[in-house]
Design a protein around this ligand. Structure first.
Ligand SMILES: Cc1cc2nc3c(=O)[nH]c(=O)nc-3n(C[C@H](O)[C@H](O)[C@H](O)COP(=O)(O)OP(=O)(O)OC[C@H]3O[C@@H](n4cnc5c(N)ncnc54)[C@H](O)[C@@H]3O)c2cc1C
Length: 438
């Protein structure tokens, strides 16, 4: 039986901005236990919400019903070396998955910038990395098994229940509980990383060349300066070199997290110092190293923050950044976190933020405990006017009425949702807001 962790548990997300007090917390370890949890909830009329690592900033994972934790449902089940496909239980974290894939000579082709999330949480919100020829993590999903509203299990892939498979890859936790996912992997690879400061004018002037000329290009604009920190990661046959354990601890933990965290705390206490503190960021230097792919894609993130991220058509990137940099100056906002800018190819997943168009992702952050509303609303106004779609796991102020026209396949998603969850077993306040109540 799924172990019950008690009824008095209080839950808080990584960003510290979402909390809930579930009526019950369960921790199933098998598909049969997952089904039983949903059946029991249906009998008692409770809602059910699976939760991953709590790395979403929206209230997408909150519940006052049954919270389903997946940390006992986190194993690799099958590895097919021939087809390079692996089937995993949904609660495995990306970090753990990448380690196990590396052991069998496989990898995921692209990742976001951390690996703490569960695979099911990441795909359910459309988590993505960067790379003009690459798509989000959900695009690697070739099969799922999903526990739906009545507790039965549906297997879906391109050959079996293709409409459910298509939609469930970015399902917002609203269609059922993913029990297992099958992922298409690639042979393990190393990446050559070059990280360097560049003038913003140069980055924007050479944007297409930088984005198309590298496998994975991204940059961080440092507010209150005209500087950006760029990262260009490319596949290589070279062996790992250039960043030993000691240097990694110094740069990625001490400089990027401990020193940056201290600067953020000073900025929170004395906001007027933020522009001065910002001038130190570009001097954090140039790095050139080769590592295993997942160790380049993901880095430790110890400084907690809140975030909004919008996907806009790639062609609007320079306009969006021009307006954003001017807006920060004109409104006199004091922002201690760099603005992250990434790029992906178009995909065909109905509620993917990159559905049908090459995308540029612009993400803004505020140090945990610092008011973000004024900044995020002003950024949203710009991104929305350029056709933006908000990341499902990051803060935004949109509703089903405003979002529906932004997704050509919106009705396909809703029709599958009505079929799999007619009683709203997997609904919560967030799905009511962004998808509409059932
Ligand atoms: C430090 C940090 C870095 C990040 N970097 C990136 C990035 O680089 N790129 C990016 O796109 N995003 C990024 N994010 C956002 C993050 O990837 C997403 O919010 C992701 O959903 C979090 O995964 P999780 O396991 O924490 O899921 P949670 O936040 O716990 O849950 C997210 C959703 O998934 C659902 N869910 C979880 N498990 C299941 C399941 N088994 N079946 C069905 N639904 C399920 C939940 O119900 C909920 O609706 C970052 C967030 C943080 C805090």
């Amino acid at each position: 039986m799924a172990s019950t962790l008690g009824a008095t548990h209080r839950w808080v997300n990584w960003g510290g901005n979402q909390r809930c007090a579930p009526a019950e917390v369960v921790s199933p370890a098998s598909e049969a236990e997952l089904s039983e949890v949903v059946r029991a909830a249906a009998r008692s009329g409770q809602t059910v919400k699976p939760v991953g690592s709590g790395h979403s900033f929206t209230d997408i994972a909150t519940t006052s019903g049954v919270q389903v934790r997946l940390d006992r449902h986190d194993r690799v089940l099958d590895v097919d070396r021939q087809s390079m496909r692996v089937r995993v239980q949904s609660g495995i974290t990306i970090n753990q998955l990448c380690r196990e894939l590396a052991d069998v000579g496989l990898a995921l082709p692209n990742l976001g910038d951390v690996g703490y999330q569960t695979i099911s949480g990441a795909i359910s919100t459309g988590t993505h990395g960067t790379g003009a020829r690459y798509r989000g993590i959900a695009e690697q999903v070739v099969g799922v098994s999903l526990v739906i509203g009545d507790g039965t299990v549906v297997n879906a892939s391109a050959d079996e229940e293709p409409e459910i498979w298509s939609v469930a890859r970015v399902g917002l936790g609203a269609l059922g509980i993913l029990s297992t996912v099958t992922l298409q992997c690639v042979p393990a690879f190393n990446m050559h990383a070059v990280e360097a400061p560049m003038r913003m004018d140069d980055v924007l002037g050479r944007l297409d060349e930088l984005v198309d000329g590298n496998d994975h290009f991204e940059f961080y604009w440092v507010p209150h300066t005209r500087w950006a920190l760029t990262k260009a990661n490319n596949h290589t046959d070279e062996a790992p070199r250039g960043m030993g354990r000691a240097r990694e601890l110094y740069e990625r933990v001490l400089l990027e997290n401990v020193a940056f965290g201290a600067a953020c705390r000073i900025g929170r206490r004395r906001p007027s110092l933020i522009p001065k503190l910002a001038t130190a960021v570009p001097s954090s230097g140039t790095r050139d190293f080769v590592r295993r792919s997942d160790q380049v894609f993901t880095t430790p993130r110890l400084v907690h923050f809140c975030e909004m991220e919008y996907a806009i058509p790639r062609g609007e990137a320079a306009t969006a950044l021009d307006r954003l940099t001017k807006m920060v100056d004109e409104r006199g906002l004091l922002v201690s976190f760099p603005v992250e800018v990434r790029f992906t190819a178009a995909d065909e997943i109905p509620l993917s933020t990159a559905n049908g168009r090459e995308s540029c992702y612009i993400a803004v952050h505020m140090y945990r405990g610092t008011p973000y509303d004024q900044y995020f609303r002003a950024v949203e106004e710009i991104m929305w006017s350029l056709g933006g779609r908000p990341h499902w796991g990051k803060l935004h102020y949109q509703t089903a009425a405003t979002l529906a026209p932004r997704y050509p396949d919106w009705e396909r998603f809703q029709s599958v949702r009505r079929k799999l969850d007619p009683d709203g077993r997997f609904a919560n306040a967030y799905t009511d807001r962004v998808l509409g109540a059932l």
